[in-house]
Design a protein around this ligand. Structure first.
Ligand code: PEP
Ligand code: MN
Length: 360
């Protein structure tokens, strides 16, 4: 499906949004001193956008749910003093009303809200005719259509200063990440909506400050337009998301050490890159041919099983195969998780094929 969004080339009017656009500030505004102290340090580094949560969507009740509208006055004075633009999360019409009344420049829709089309539509309806920048975080679940749908709803209300924030996707079970990045999803978003600003949020992806720098670099390598990094004057004592916030000094270090790579590598190198790409194309061809052969054999097995009245799935064979493939993969330097994912997909397709021939 073609996705046509009417996008203004400038994400935030009056701000130089060239790469990498940095947005920083605490997970939550906690006290007037905390936001002002953090903001002054961030502004001194040249950051142009200050973020802070005023209303916090918490997983469990009785956690700190934000200071509410009072904090908007603190943000307003930060804007006046430092000239930074102010970004705040909004989840309903009241939040929008309060934020706009207090001069907030950028509204962002959080991951829990963008997963709910009713909520997004209500937000969109209340933004009709308003001149403001809106950033849409990916929904908590890895559903690109839902993410695009939210962007479309906001855009259809006339908001053209629109961008996306990639903050990772929740999953069940143990993982290195708080929210898995599934990088292929923002990459696909870029393909589907060329020209859309995509900002990476390494804080909510990692959940821990030690990983922020490498995630920032990955995002830059993948051609993201900017970074939104949770930054706090005293991260250990933060009232929310303490493990993932970094100090302004830490942020400064990251920004100064980011390696910006060239989009198009010139002359000699370009040829090598081109060659490497051709090589990859060729290998992918081979991978697909092998898969075709494998599925043809799966069909033959289906015919055999039908003739001999054998069930499609033989669990012992399947778990034995998976173990062997994982070991073989490990010896080739392929991670267990990767091999497992590939074989789950292959197996599913195999069963599909066998079902087709058995039910003919
Ligand atoms: C946040 O940015 O503080 C936040 C709550 O983010 P998300 O909606 O990505 O969880
Ligand atoms: Mn947070």
């Amino acid at each position: 499906m073609e996705n046509k969004l009417n996008i203004d080339g400038r994400l935030i009017p009056e701000v130089d949004c060239s790469k990498p656009l940095i947005m920083a500030g605490p997970c939550s505004a906690e006290t007037e001193n905390q936001v002002i102290d953090t903001a002054r340090q961030i502004a001194a580094m040249g950051v142009k956008v200050f973020r802070a949560g005023i209303w916090k969507p918490r997983t469990r009740p009785n956690a700190f749910e934000g200071v509410g509208s009072e904090g908007l006055q603190w943000l307003r004075s930060i804007k006046e003093e430092t000239g930074m633009k102010i970004a705040v999360e909004v989840a309903n019409v009241k939040h929008i009303y309060e934020a706009l009344k207090n001069g907030v420049d950028i509204l962002w829709i959080g991951a829990r809200t963008s997963a709910n089309p009713f909520a997004v539509q209500e937000i969109a309806d209340s933004l009709r005719g308003v001149n403001v920048t809106v950033l849409v975080k990916n929904p908590v679940n890895p559903d690109i259509e839902l993410w695009i749908g939210a962007l479309e709803r906001i855009n259809a209300a006339g908001i053209t200063n629109i961008g996306a924030i990639h903050r990772g996707f929740s999953g069940y079970g143990k993982s290195n990440y708080r929210n898995s990045p599934h990088w292929q999803i923002p990459i696909e978003l870029r393909r589907r909506i060329p020209g859309l600003y995509i900002i990476n949020d390494p804080s909510h992806i990692s959940g821990k400050r030690e990983m922020i720098m490498e995630l920032c670099q990955t995002a830059i390598d993948l051609d993201f337009d900017g970074l939104m990094v949770e930054t706090h004057c005293n991260p250990e004592q933060a009232w929310s998301d303490a493990d993932q916030q970094i100090t302004p000094q830490h942020l400064d270090y990251i920004i100064k050490n980011l390696v910006m790579r060239k989009q198009d590598v010139c002359d000699k190198n370009a040829e090598t890159l081109e060659e490497m790409r051709l090589h990859i194309d060729k290998l992918d061809d081979e991978v697909l041919q092998v898969l075709e052969q494998r599925m043809n054999i799966a069909e033959k097995i289906g015919i055999f099983k039908k003739a001999n009245n054998v069930t499609i799935l033989q669990s012992a064979r399947w778990s034995d195969l998976m173990k062997k493939r994982i070991n073989a993969g490990l010896s080739k330097g392929l991670s267990e998780a990767f091999v497992q994912k590939i074989y789950l997909a292959i197996h599913e397709e195999s069963i599909q094929r066998q079902k087709m021939v058995m039910n003919k």
